[in-house]
Design a protein around this ligand. Structure first.
Ligand code: AMP
Length: 272
C-alpha cells in the first residue's frame, strides 16, 4: 500500500481515503461516493482494529464479509481496498499510541476507556500508509469525527477531513454494521434512539432550552421500549463536547443505548 501510494503521488495523483471496519452498508457507501469526488484514487481501508476494542467488547464476533465488501466497494468506484492483517499493523514490539487529552473524556469515552486512543492511533497509521489528501468520516461517530479533526490540526497532518451526514433506514434507524446483531424484536426497540432524537429536535425547535428537560424526555422515551438499557444521553457543545445546560445555539445530542447485547449509538444536532 505504501508503494502504491508513493507511486500515485509521484505520478501527480491525489488520494482520498475512507477508513472502515468493513461489513459495508449504505452509510459506508455514502462516504465512498463523497470520497470519489475528492481524489484521483479512492482507497478504502477495511480493518477491524483490535486496539479500539476494550476487553469484553465484540472484537471476535464483529461481522466480516470481504467478498461482499469488495463487490460493494467496486460498485461505487473504489480503486484500492487496503485490508491489512492485525499482525502487519501491530507487530509484537509495537508501543506507540496517539492520545488526546480532553475530547475522549466525554460521551463514548466514559464507557469505552481505550477506544479513542485505538482509533487515533490506527487512523494515524492509515494516514501515513495511504498518504491521502482527503479522508472521509461519518457523523454517525460524531465524537470520532471531532477527535480526528482535532488530531489532524494538532499534529499538522496535511489532510482535509470531510464529514458525511448519518445515513438512516426509512424508519429512522441509523445504519450500522452492528445492526446485524439485532433480533426482530430488538430491531423495533432500536428505533428508540432515532425517535427520541427526533422528539428532542422538535421540543428544542419549539423553544425548550433546558438541556436537563430535553435529556429527561429522551430517557423516558427510550426506557418505554423493551430490551433497552441506557449507557448515556448527553447534550453538549458541538466542538468541545462539554455538557451544556441551556440550548442557546446548535448543540449536539448524543446517546449510546444497549438494545439486548448490542450497543448502539446515534446523535443529532438540536437547533433552537
Ligand atoms: P465503521 O466501519 O463502523 O468503523 O465506520 C466507518 C466509517 O463509516 C466511520 O467514519 C463511520 O462514522 C461511518 N459510518 C458508519 N455508519 C454510518 C452511517 N449510518 N451514516 C454515515 N456514516 C456512517
Amino acid at each position: 500500500m505504501q508503494q502504491k501510494a508513493g507511486h500515485l503521488l509521484q505520478t501527480g495523483n491525489t488520494i482520498a481515503l475512507v477508513p472502515t471496519m468493513g461489513y459495508l452498508h449504505e452509510g459506508h457507501l455514502a462516504l465512498m461516493r463523497e470520497g470519489r469526488k475528492h481524489g484521483d484514487a479512492l482507497v478504502v481501508s477495511i480493518f477491524v482494529n483490535p486496539t479500539q476494542f476494550d476487553p469484553g467488547e465484540d472484537l471476535e464476533s464483529y461481522p466480516r464479509d470481504m467478498d461482499r465488501d469488495a463487490h460493494l466497494a467496486e460498485s461505487v468506484g473504489v480503486d484500492i481496498i487496503f485490508a491489512p492483517e492485525a499482525e502487519a499493523m501491530y507487530g509484537q514490539t509495537y508501543q506507540t499510541h496517539v492520545d488526546l487529552e480532553m475530547l475522549p473524556r466525554f460521551l463514548c469515552g466514559l464507557s469505552r476507556p481505550g477506544h479513542f486512543r485505538g482509533v487515533a492511533t490506527v487512523v494515524t497509521m492509515l494516514f501515513n500508509i495511504v498518504k491521502p489528501h482527503v479522508a472521509v468520516f461519518g457523523e454517525k461517530d460524531y465524537q470520532q469525527l471531532v477527535i480526528i479533526r482535532r488530531m489532524v490540526d494538532d499534529l499538522n497532518f496535511e489532510i482535509r477531513i470531510i464529514g458525511v451526514p448519518i445515513v438512516r433506514e426509512a424508519d429512522g434507524l441509523a445504519l450500522s454494521s452492528r445492526n446485524t446483531y439485532l433480533s426482530k424484536d430488538e430491531r423495533r426497540s432500536a428505533l428508540s434512539l432515532s425517535h427520541s432524537l427526533q422528539q428532542a429536535q422538535k421540543s428544542v425547535a419549539h423553544g425548550m432550552k433546558d438541556a436537563r428537560q430535553v435529556i429527561k424526555g429522551a430517557l423516558e422515551h427510550i426506557r418505554s421500549y423493551p430490551y433497552t438499557k441506557i449507557d448515556y444521553v448527553a447534550v453538549c457543545d458541538t466542538k468541545t463536547l462539554q455538557d451544556v445546560d441551556r440550548i442557546d445555539g446548535p448543540s449536539l445530542m448524543a446517546m449510546a443505548v444497549w438494545v439486548g447485547k448490542t450497543r448502539l449509538i446515534d446523535n443529532a444536532i438540536l437547533k433552537p
